[in-house]
Ligand binder design. Structure first.
Ligand code: HEC
Ligand code: HEC
Ligand code: HEC
Length: 336
């Protein structure tokens, strides 16, 4: 190798490192403006990228200091390109009656570089990856979340869709597309204490139990998601491996006290109850749909508009024992 050659190669590799670093740092969009410039000059006219939570009436637009962890990237790109529906039905500042707001749109290259910039710079150390998950979310849990959404007044201020139609008070952000918009890590942290992000005028989220948070966030995260794949416990491995004989023991431990050892409805607990515990011996449990039987035992009588004296066993009986128990019920109680 000649010295000259060696020098040229060295120069080329140094140059390419310099260029690579320059591109990496600036992530220039197609009009030559860096994402950083766009955010600092254009977006900052309306949005804040640092500071502490503040009332909507002191802001022009939603805060973006945590924008790098708040959204799903696909949604963010569509939003920045002007391909998403507005979030605030009456405008962010409805008090100023600005009417339907048209958000500025970026080219797709600009949108990508702004999203990259957000993901690198607008982070929030309070939002932790994976501390909360929605693994094994069932349709039943989502149905509970839907009730909570109404019970806790969310419906009074946030729109969702019912039968394809928008419903709910259009006060704050719409939530019918929530499952395609939010990063779950952010949404969970918001639920822990909404005040950390906005002087939320409906401070209900902070008042939920951890199970209710799961139901409610489960409900929000399926909004707008087509064909969400729910977990069906009765199709799980536990049920494939279920052994009815083992279930007999669980029945004796937890059910006989009310339903009686033979399912005659004559356990000691039955005396003081009205309605009386079901007489399993006369019920064709073998023919009951798996999901119904599972849910009424897992979530209790109240979940099926039955007596709340029929307890929920989901947190007491471990999954394999639960599957064994159901196998026992189906094998043993076939009606009269
Ligand atoms: C003229 C003011 C204005 C400018 C400039 C502006 N925005 Fe916005 N932005 C808004 C308003 C108002 C909303 C709420 C829109 C609605 O009602 O849905 C919003 C919403 C958003 C949202 C969703 C916020 C959320 O969490 O709900 C994002 C993300 C966003 N803008 C990013 C940007 C970026 C990036 C720029 C610069 C390229 C930018 N905006 C420029 C006014 C502005
Ligand atoms: C009295 C009205 C009201 C009620 C009730 C209410 N909210 Fe809110 N919500 C707000 C306001 C106001 C904000 C802050 C954003 C804004 O300025 O509109 C907000 C913000 C949010 C956000 C974050 C929005 C974003 O993208 O930044 C979520 C998620 C949310 N609420 C969910 C809920 C849920 C779930 C409930 C019920 C447990 C609920 N809210 C009850 C008014 C309400
Ligand atoms: C504290 C008393 C009590 C215990 C313990 C109890 N149950 Fe029940 N159960 C009831 C009562 C009361 C009803 C009747 C509810 C009604 O008709 O409104 C009932 C009804 C049922 C039904 C019928 C539901 C229907 O659709 O009609 C099933 C199945 C059932 N229980 C299974 C179980 C199993 C399995 C266990 C044990 C893991 C158990 N129960 C433990 C009180 C109890």
């Amino acid at each position: 190798m000649r010295l000259n050659d060696c020098f040229t190669r060295g120069l080329i590799s140094i140059l390419s490192i310099v260029i690579f670093v320059a591109i990496g740092n600036e992530s220039r969009a197609d009009n030559g403006k860096s994402a950083k410039d766009i955010v600092a000059t254009v977006c900052a006219e309306c949005h804040r990228h640092s500071g502490t939570p503040s009332s909507r009436f002191e802001l022009k637009a939603p805060d973006l200091m945590w924008a790098g962890v708040k959204y799903q990237r696909g949604w963010l790109l569509r939003w920045l390109e002007g391909k998403e529906e507005n979030l605030y039905p009456n405008g962010y500042r409805w008090d100023k009656s600005q009417g339907q707001f048209r958000h500025m749109a970026l080219s797709s290259k600009e949108a990508i570089s702004v999203a990259d910039y957000f993901e690198k710079n607008l982070l929030d150390s309070r939002v932790q990856k994976g501390v909360f998950n929605l693994k094994n979310l069932t349709e039943r849990e989502v149905a509970f979340g839907e009730s909570l959404f109404k019970d806790f007044s969310c419906f009074g201020c946030h729109q969702i869709k019912e039968g394809g139609k928008k419903a709910g008070g259009p006060i704050s952000v719409t939530l019918y597309g929530a499952g395609k918009r939010y990063n779950l890590d952010w949404l969970y942290r918001f639920a822990v204490n909404p005040q950390d992000f906005t002087p939320h005028s409906g401070e209900y989220l902070a008042d939920l139990t951890s199970l209710q948070v799961r139901y409610l966030l489960g409900y929000l995260m399926v909004q707008g998601v087509e064909g969400y794949k729910y977990y069906e416990p009765w199709k799980s491995e536990y049920f494939k491996n279920a052994v009815a004989e083992r279930g007999a023991k669980t029945y004796k431990t937890y059910c006989a006290q009310c339903h009686g050892f033979k399912g005659e409805g004559d356990g000691p607990g039955a005396a003081g109850l009205d309605p009386k515990p079901a007489v399993h011996a006369k019920m064709p449990l073998s023919d009951m749909p798996d999901d119904y039987l599972y849910n009424v035992i897992y979530y209790g009588g109240k979940s099926a508009a039955k007596s709340p004296s029929m307890p929920d066993w989901g947190l007491t009986i471990p999954p394999q024992d639960f599957a064994d128990l159901l196998a026992y019920l189906k094998k043993t109680f076939k009606g009269e």
